[in-house]
Design a protein around this ligand. Structure first.
Ligand code: PLP
Length: 389
């Protein structure tokens, strides 16, 4: 399978077929599994033989979903989790101890900021933020106890990029565990492990699901780190339900086809928005005006499904625009087949201070559009009437 393309791996990774010879993997809705004998139970617990014991540890559906994600990302092992945030928290809690330090990019999803700023410090785990436009600054932020380099690229919602090759070299030269939140790109568009990432994380809630149905997450990476994190997850219990794993694994079958369409629609919309008089700026990795356009072309197959823009007129103009939308959904999610408009400053990133938002360019007039799979003409027509009507 390793020589096959992503499109094939996403479909043909099937880890379990029962005696019914079903074509499509069934749902294994069971909390526990039956042992053949007392000796079999002992051997399973001692990890002398392979097999499922209890669905907090593993289940054929989570196994298949993890295996697919590993093949797509080029990773050795994986852990499916109940949400993207539990994937992030479990990775950091599983790898770090009191006194350790995390170096992270400043442009991060709002809840990731909360974990670094307010949750991990309760257990004595400290952090520093590096700015993406000041790569020379990062080296000086590394301390004796810095253990993890935590990155998100493209970032939510500002669509800033981290140069993965540069980050891989930084992590390597300082012996840091490089963790990348690859949620916006998906493994179809970007493979951080090829640049030296040790762990790749996802909110499966987004493009992996693709239809806004379920909450989930996944951690994939090098075997030694995944083993360490799995000690934390097995006992603290943020397991993905078999039903969600079954659904996400099926969703992955269409990930490449859906991402092609998301990206095509998003690029057209970004170009359209650039021509509008009421937009102060438009940000999309594959727009020539993106300050990191060349980098985007180097490390991403296409630009992704999210576009951000700043409406002239600030907060009032932004809320007026949102309230005028007729077809687009107002929601805090992304990666759905339905196009979603979000105002990050008052929702997903409202817990940051005004100054923190300003440093990552989350302005009062910023709108994030998670471009769906509808006809681009209909998406544009709704946005045009809300902008200019
Ligand atoms: N990482 C990124 C980049 C996100 O955008 C999100 C959610 O929006 C998450 C992580 C958290 O994922 P979840 O909502 O599945 O916990």
């Amino acid at each position: 399978m390793s020589n096959k393309k992503s499109e094939t791996k996403a479909i043909r990774t099937q880890t379990k077929r029962t005696e019914e010879h079903e074509h499509s993997t069934p749902l294994f809705m069971t909390s526990s599994f039956v042992f053949d004998s007392a000796e079999h139970a002992r051997a399973l617990f001692a990890k002398e033989v392979e097999g499922n014991v209890y669905s907090r540890y593993s289940n054929p559906n989570t196994n298949e979903f993890e295996e697919k994600m590993c093949r797509l990302e080029g990773a050795d092992a994986g852990i499916a989790t109940a949400s993207g945030m539990s994937a992030i928290f479990s990775s950091l809690a599983g790898l770090l101890e009191q006194g350790d330090h995390i170096l992270a990019c400043r442009s991060l999803f709002g809840s990731s900021h909360q974990i670094l700023n307010n949750i991990l410090p309760k257990w004595g785990i400290d952090y520093s933020y590096g700015d993406i436009d000041k790569p020379e600054q990062w080296e000086s932020l590394i301390k004796d106890k810095t253990k993890v380099l935590f990155l998100e690229t493209p970032s939510n919602p500002g669509l800033d990029l981290i140069d993965l090759e540069w980050a891989g070299e930084l992590a390597d030269s300082h012996n840091l565990i490089m963790i990348v939140d690859n949620c916006f790109a998906t493994p179809y568009l970007q493979k951080p492990m090829e640049y030296g990432a040790d762990i790749v994380l996802h909110s499966a809630t987004k493009f992996i699901d693709g239809q806004g149905r379920g909450i989930g997450g996944v951690i994939v990476g090098k075997e030694n780190y995944i083993d360490e994190i799995s000690t934390f997850t097995r006992h603290s219990g943020p397991a993905m339900s078999p039903f969600n794993a079954w659904m996400f694994s099926k969703s992955l079958e269409t990930l490449p086809a859906r991402m092609d369409r998301h990206c095509q629609n998003a690029l057209s919309l970004a170009q359209f928005l650039e021509e509008q008089q009421n937009t102060a700026w438009v940000k999309y990795p594959f727009l020539k005006s993106h300050p990191q356009y060349e980098l985007a072309k180097k490390q991403m197959r296409q630009g992704g499904g999210v576009v951000a823009f700043n409406i002239t007129g600030g907060y009032e103009a932004a809320t007026e625009f949102l309230d005028k939308l007729e077809m687009l959904s107002l929601s805090a999610n992304l990666g759905d087949s339905r196009t979603i408009a979000t105002h990050p400053a008052s929702t997903t990133h409202s817990k940051l201070t005004k100054e923190e938002r300003e440093t990552v360019n989350i302005t009062p007039g910023m709108i994030r559009i998670a471009v769906g799979l509808e006809a681009i003409e209909d998406i544009q027509a709704d946005i045009e009437q809300a902008l200019n009507g």
